[in-house]
Design a protein around this ligand. Structure first.
Ligand SMILES: *Cc1c(COP(=O)(O)O)cnc(C)c1O
Length: 460
């Protein structure tokens, strides 16, 4: 028997293919130099396997593509909107929905509707765009995630949970009337795709509501979260993803969603709530910032693709494959002794660059160098999540030195096969074996905000 474990395979077959460009090492050396050793500045054409992000990079199904032809492109009252509304009610439990062009459009609307200057907005770790909109609306973000979420090696089943003591302490300090809502992200992107338990969301909801505070879910990857609950939490083994998702959302007062993740689309998002007065505000504002409340910056066909994607995301085969594919890559690396963040999360594997490039000091950007070296080695594009992403302290001008110095390998949904992931793992293992041959980088151009997107480097 040639197999050491029971094989598994993608729960789809391939109908349309997109050729990949194979390049030489010399070619890639030139391209990464031109890109200032920043993988965000590479042209997609020059990339072989692109695991920069899972945002909007998904492969839609034939069912979604067929729906694209049924786009009702009316300015007002498109039938695709009513179908989206029906599915949001059915799967996410919320009464009212306002479509937006993507997740940050939804975050903009809810932040503007609920936050006033001087308000505090707690959350289980920040997310870049979510926090940006909360701050633009005059709020102050307060991190209330459990401590272990900041430790790359702490093996917990629900590492995204809210720390109820931290939440209570904030309420005691500033008063419930100064907290319009708590944002709960599920799963938590910045913690490595770590889930929140059903028990935790219920407890957060009880505590928040006792103090007149709303719970707004960042439901961008909530299906991945539902899968982890099914696998890890007592009492959910025999429940469907659809049931778990519905129950999870039912403890919250509303949600913002980026359709570019769980919903398998390339663009789209929405904000959903239960309170008719908040809905009224959102509906008034969306006309100014996005478009009429029955399209919110999307074409009818995009709303159709989202509605159909919602139906697909809760199918056991789809979500199980999604999580297992990420886990598969993680396990190949663990077996080869490569240091990664544990446990493996829902959407990505994170390489611990501090340990892999232990000869490069943090001021010489080891994770940035590792992402560049991986591209040079094999044309695989990943991204830095370390000192470059962390930026500088606004007051002192000093660079933040985050504990975690990581390279994120993010897997788009339904795009790559196991063989692609074998190539990724092989490349990393090969690179690891010769890791002391490389050197660090120096930054030669630094943008003032979100510097990681456009910063440029040279080899030391
Ligand atoms: C991507 C993302 C968003 C923002 O959505 P966009 O569609 O990129 O605007 C918000 N929250 C989380 C957790 C995300 O991953």
């Amino acid at each position: 028997m040639a197999f050491t474990r029971k094989p598994w395979a993608e729960p789809y077959k391939i109908k349309v293919v997109e050729p990949l460009k194979m390049t030489t090492r010399e070619y890639r050396l030139e391209k990464i130099k031109e890109a200032g050793y920043n993988t965000f500045l590479l042209r997609s054409e020059d990339v072989y396997i692109d695991i920069l992000t899972d945002s909007g990079t998904n492969a839609m199904s034939d069912y979604q593509w067929a729906g694209m032809m049924l786009g009702d492109e009316a300015y007002a009252g498109s039938k695709n909107f009513y179908y989206l509304e029906e599915n949001v009610q059915k799967y996410y439990s919320y009464k009212y929905v306002v479509p937006t062009h993507q997740g940050r459009g939804a975050e903009h609307l809810i932040s503007k509707a609920l936050i006033r200057p001087g308000h505090y907005v707690p959350g289980n770790m920040y997310f870049t765009t979510t926090r940006a909109h909360q701050e633009l609306a005059g709020g102050t973000f307060v991190d209330v995630i459990i401590d272990e979420a900041h430790d790359s090696q702490a093996e917990l089943p629900f590492k995204g949970n809210v720390d109820l003591n931290k939440f209570q302490a904030l309420i005691d300090k500033v008063g419930g009337e100064n907290i319009p809502y708590i944002t709960v992200g599920a799963t938590v992107n910045m913690a490595g795709g770590q889930p929140v338990s059903m028990a935790n969301i219920k407890a957060v909801s009880d505590l928040a509501h006792k103090h007149g505070i709303r719970v707004i879910l960042d439901a961008t990857r909530v299906t991945e979260n539902a899968y982890f609950i099914q696998q890890r939490e007592e009492g959910y083994k025999n429940k469907s993803i659809q049931e778990i998702l519905y129950e999870f959302c039912s403890y919250t007062d509303g949600a913002t969603v980026s359709g570019k993740k769980d919903v398998y689309t390339n663009i789209g998002g929405f904000v959903a709530v239960n309170d008719p007065e908040i809905f009224d505000q959102l509906r008034n504002m969306v006309v100014v910032y996005e478009g009429l409340h029955t399209y919110g910056g999307l074409a009818g066909r995009d709303m159709e693709a989202m509605s159909r994607g919602i139906e697909e995301m809760v199918q056991q085969d789809n979500i199980e494959f999604r999580i297992k594919q990420v886990e598969y890559l993680g396990n190949l690396l663990i077996e080869a002794g490569i240091p990664i963040v544990r446990p493996v999360g829902g959407h990505a594997v994170f390489l611990d660059a501090k340990r892999i490039y232990d000869h490069i000091p943090q001021e010489q950007y080891p994770a940035q160098a590792l992402a560049a070296d991986l591209y040079i080695h094999s044309g695989v594009r990943a991204m830095e999540r370390g000192i470059v992403s962390a930026g500088r302290n606004k007051e002192t001008g000093e660079e933040y030195k985050p504990k975690l110095e990581l390279v994120r390998l993010t897997i788009p949904r339904r795009v790559y096969t196991q063989s692609h992931l074998d190539v990724v793992a092989y490349s990393i293992i090969d690179l690891y074996q010769n890791r002391h041959e490389t050197t660090g980088l120096k930054m030669v151009y630094e943008p003032s905000v979100l510097r990681f997107f456009q910063a440029r480097f040279e080899r030391l």
